[in-house]
Design a protein around this ligand. Structure first.
Ligand SMILES: Nc1nc2c(ncn2[C@@H]2O[C@H](COP(=O)(O)OP(=O)(O)OP(=O)(O)O)[C@@H](O)[C@H]2O)c(=O)[nH]1
Ligand SMILES: [Mg+2]
Length: 727
């Protein structure tokens, strides 16, 4: 099949699927087509923020003003390009990161709209590894919010250049200057406006561009060109002051410019631009712009600034490891092909879609790649990009660009791709551990098999989503970052894979043990005509130290229980241990000694001894001071110092034992505690509400411990009630 036909056949396939309303991607039908772009003509910009700051709306405006789309979609109408998933439209929040490529001044800008809600931080983490800079959006009324600080920090950790856009200037209580001041206090003095708002709230009319020293206001019609006008008289002074501060900072970014500046010479516009882009690229200056995504004001300056000041990937170099020799390798754009998968989606029809950031070399359709992380060869068919859900085929992409490919067999998110004889593995993406756990079951009998497959595909998509089976409670458990996350996974299972599921609280894997020693008899005797049954044992039950599980001792002398029946005795005991007498939980930390018994020449059998032993054990366990055990977790909580008191009080209420506290970093503290697992399933939500989202925690199973009597009684009676209802 020649190239064109192949492209067409994939497109037609996708288009057909889309008509059926099943596939999540569709053929590109916009008016403008992307071309081939060299590395220096590329920009990869992650749009990041606290939830609801206006990232998706800003992305929409940017796409519109660059001509990539012809109408501005609205969040309220569910018509934006990048919030296209049904779960996103329903909730009016972004859940998945989405590509939004467009062209401006002959440059291709790959904007990536990310979710702001904390549950979907995994998406953001992947994106930050694929971009060269970040556009941080803030709400002009709310200012710095919890996730603003977090996303700023994530970008900082990766050394990403950042620009800020103070959005919603048209909103009530919009206060540009207050937000800037707040940012300077939190993020340092190098946060500097390159634009000032003209008016605010209802009267917000445009911006003053501090580089052009012009007012930029929208044209008369929505979507018409922006107009350049003179700065309003009452703003000339503030604009001059702000420009002066900017120039000072710019001069400091470059020695030559600094000399010139200190000698009292004026810097030319070209020099200011040069210094500014240098300062921004080195993450030393963070320019601030403003506008309204909703009213489409101040957007063009963002596009101009992205092209003028944000770095292209051209001079990038990335470090990786040789998978065999383990030596450090540096890859520049001109080096052999290397790339990383930063996101994967599972489309029920097209299959797996892998989002790839190319670090070095070029990538062509119909090629063979090597996955150095998995040591597997992969075939690539078409290369395309997505704008929201619309796909556009690409013929070749250069180092620094982003592409999507379908149907890679072995490759998952975070994997490194390269040439087989020039292998390199990049550092994996760091994801938070999922801490919120729910039990998942199929709503309809017979769907159990489908669940497994659907969950497998969903874990493929989302590295912060995990599935495991608890062998003790026999429950299938899913874990995510928070409740919304697991709810959305359940919705996706239905939409993408047609499986209806129910989520419920997981059962705690309680256990039982004994605290005393007893001697107990078990006799199973039936002699009602014909071949009877006869088994008779004497067992001694003793508690074992914690964690020793089970020990069986045969101390029969003189053959009171014949040799051949002893394995059956042990089997009977083991069977009885699987379901204890308090709540049917496994009995552990117990030593069972078989020390006496009797047999019948004709009627004794393995079965009879097994039954007798089970009976003996159950009876004995009741007499040997049975106790309920619960799993205890080691918890480590990282919170701002001001929340430590509240967090500790809450842990005390959860029967937690505080083991220590220590300060870490500025104003942060770590609390170490041991807390029963039963209290921790929903801790992700509790901690978020106690600390306004500023805390995080890690949790690991530590050991089993006895449940206090009063609580044990409640658990046992609730368990009995549940069992009665089940029958
Ligand atoms: N008044 C006003 N409202 C805006 C503006 N930009 C966005 N909004 C509204 O703010 C709400 C949130 O906007 P989104 O674009 O979804 O924000 P987001 O940052 O993408 O949110 P998440 O993806 O959920 O993190 C929507 O109702 C928008 O219509 C703006 O400039 N002015
Ligand atoms: Mg959004």
């Amino acid at each position: 099949m020649d190239e064109k036909k192949k492209e067409n056949s994939i497109l037609t396939e996708n288009y057909k699927n889309n008509r059926r309303g099943q596939s999540s991607i569709s053929q590109y039908k916009g008016g403008f087509q992307l071309k081939e772009y060299r590395s220096d003509k590329l920009r990869n910009v992650g749009i990041i923020a606290h939830g609801g700051a206006g990232k998706t709306s800003l992305t929409e405006s940017l796409l519109f003003n660059t001509g990539a789309i012809t109408r501005i979609g609205r969040i309220a109408d569910g018509t934006t390009t990048t919030d296209f998933e049904p779960e996103e439209i329903k909730r009016k929040v972004t859940i998945s990161a989405a590509l939004a490529p467009c062209e401006w001044q002959e440059h291709k800008i790959n904007f990536i709209d990310t979710p702001g809600y904390a549950d979907f931080v995994g998406e953001l983490k992947g994106v930050l590894r694929a971009v060269d800079s970040a556009l941080v959006v803030l709400c002009a009324a709310a200012g710095i919010e919890v996730e603003t600080e977090k996303v700023w920090k994530y970008a900082e950790e990766l050394g990403l250049p950042r620009m800020a856009f103070i959005n919603k200037m048209d909103r009530e209580n919009a206060d540009f200057y207050a937000v800037v001041q707040n940012m300077q206090e939190r993020f340092g003095g190098r946060v500097l406006p390159i634009a000032l708002p003209i008016g605010a709230e209802d009267t917000f009319a445009g911006i003053v561009d501090l580089l052009k020293m012009k007012a930029i206001v929208p044209g008369n019609k929505v979507g018409s060109q922006y107009l350049e006008k003179d700065i309003p008289d009452d703003m000339i002074e503030v604009a001059r002051d702000a420009r002066q501060k900017l120039i000072e900072a710019v001069a400091e970014a470059d020695d030559e410019l600094l000399d010139k500046y200190l000698e009292g010479e004026e810097l030319s516009d070209g020099e200011i631009q040069l210094g500014l882009s240098k300062g921004i690229s080195q993450a030393k200056i963070f320019p601030v712009m403003c506008g309204s995504a909703y009213k489409n004001i101040g957007i063009q300056q963002v596009m101009d600034a992205v092209v003028a000041y944000l770095p292209s990937p051209e001079n990038n170099s990335v470090l990786g490891i040789h998978p065999v020799f383990k030596e450090l390798i540096e890859r520049k754009t001109s080096d052999p092909f290397s790339a990383m998968v930063f996101k994967t989606t599972a489309d029920p029809f097209v299959g797996r879609l892998s989002y790839i950031r190319v670090f070095s070399g070029a990538m062509k359709p119909d090629s063979v790649l090597y996955n150095a992380s998995k040591e597997k060869t992969e075939r690539v068919g078409n290369l395309f990009t997505l704008r929201g859900k619309h796909q556009e085929v690409l013929t070749k992409i250069h180092a620094g660009d982003i592409a999507v490919v379908a149907k890679l067999q072995e490759t998952g998110t975070g994997d490194s791709l390269c040439e087989k004889d020039k292998p390199i593995v990049f550092e994996p993406i760091s994801y938070p551990k999922p801490m919120f756990t729910m039990c998942i079951e199929a709503k309809n009998k017979g769907d159990e098999d489908k669940i497994g497959n659907a969950l497998q595909r969903l874990t493929d998509e989302d590295p912060t989503f995990k599935v495991r089976k608890n062998t003790e409670t026999k429950q299938l458990l899913i874990s995510g970052i928070g409740e919304v996350h697991t709810d959305i996974m359940a919705e996706r299972m239905k939409r993408k894979f047609g499986v209806d599921v129910i989520l419920s609280d997981p059962k705690v894997p309680y256990r039982e043990t004994i605290r005393g020693s007893v001697k107990v008899e078990g006799k199973h005797k039936k002699q009602s005509g014909g071949h009877g049954q006869y088994g008779h044992v004497w067992l001694q039950l003793d508690p074992l130290p914690m964690g020793q599980e089970f020990e069986f001792v045969d101390s029969i002398f003189g053959g009171s229980v014949p040799r051949q029946y002893i394995p059956a005795v042990e089997k009977g005991v083991r069977e009885a241990l699987t379901s204890g007498i308090l709540g049917g939980y496994p009995i552990v930390d117990i030593k069972v000694t078989l020390y006496d018994g009797s047999y019948h020449n004709v009627d004794s059998s393995e079965m009879a001894f097994k039954i007798a032993s089970t009976m003996a054990l159950r009876k004995g366990a009741l007499q040997a001071k049975p106790a309920l055990l619960e799993p205890i977790c080691d918890v480590q909580i990282n919170v701002p110092a001001s929340f430590m008191g509240d967090v500790i009080a809450d842990l005390n209420g959860k029967r937690g034992r505080i083991q220590g506290m220590e300060p870490v970093g500025e104003g942060q503290g770590i609390i170490k505690a041991q807390v029963p697992m039963s209290e921790m399933f929903k801790y992700a939500i509790h901690l978020r509400s106690i600390t306004q989202g500023r805390g995080c925690f890690d949790l690991n199973f530590s050991h089993y411990d006895e449940v206090p009597q009063r609580i044990a009684e409640v658990i046992i009676s609730a368990n009995k009630k549940d069992k009665a209802e089940e029958h």
